[in-house]
Write a protein that binds this ligand. Sequence first.
Ligand code: MG
Length: 240
Amino acid sequence: MKKLLMLLLAGCLSGAFSFAQDPKDTEDWSKKPAIITPGCNHNPPSDAIILFRKASDLSNWTSRSGEAKWKTACRKMTVNGTGDILTKEKFGNCQLHVEFRTPSKVNGDGQGRGNSGVYIQSLYEVQVLDSYINETYYNGQAGSVYKQSPPLVNASRKPGKWQVYDIVFHAPKFASDGSVTKPASVTVFHNGVLIQDHFELKGATTYAGIPKYQAHGDMPLLLQDHGNPVSYRNVWIRKL
Ligand code: MG
């Protein structure tokens, strides 16, 4: 009998018998997740803001000099030397889906081959580059956070093939004196493969020198015109 009591006591202490615990105590009914319709084959879910889906519709975009003038055809838009394009709407924390294609006709090498970029908040570049058998500095290849973080792996497809970035971005936070209270972070999947795992950015992207932060609020998304005819399609974003 004494042995049985000891066993029961040991069982209670180890959690094997949890007579006092009601599983309902740990159920969360406080906030029902919104019901949305997910997309198939990279199509946007029902709660996404569609930034580019139809050819010739650049109505969500602008440029540094006014109108966005990238070439549009067959549900894609292509860099044509008219400069970077920016969304008219500004964003903070977000989930972003971008499909891009570097030219099938290989021209140039290193940073000169299929260079463009997804600048989140116009400041933080996830590099777009033809990195299929094309050496460059690792923190400048496709999927790098430019000059800050090389991709975990090179998941690039051949030039001329459509590729996908799925990005989760958390905007930096600033105190009223402009100091950073929380750096920006970015997670990137390239063609479905994790290549940036919650990387904390050191500041805005810079070609030379040390990246620095400057306080800002929501900002447009920017796609870079680096002089190479890179195409984009099916661009959508969800605010987080
Ligand atoms: Mg670039």
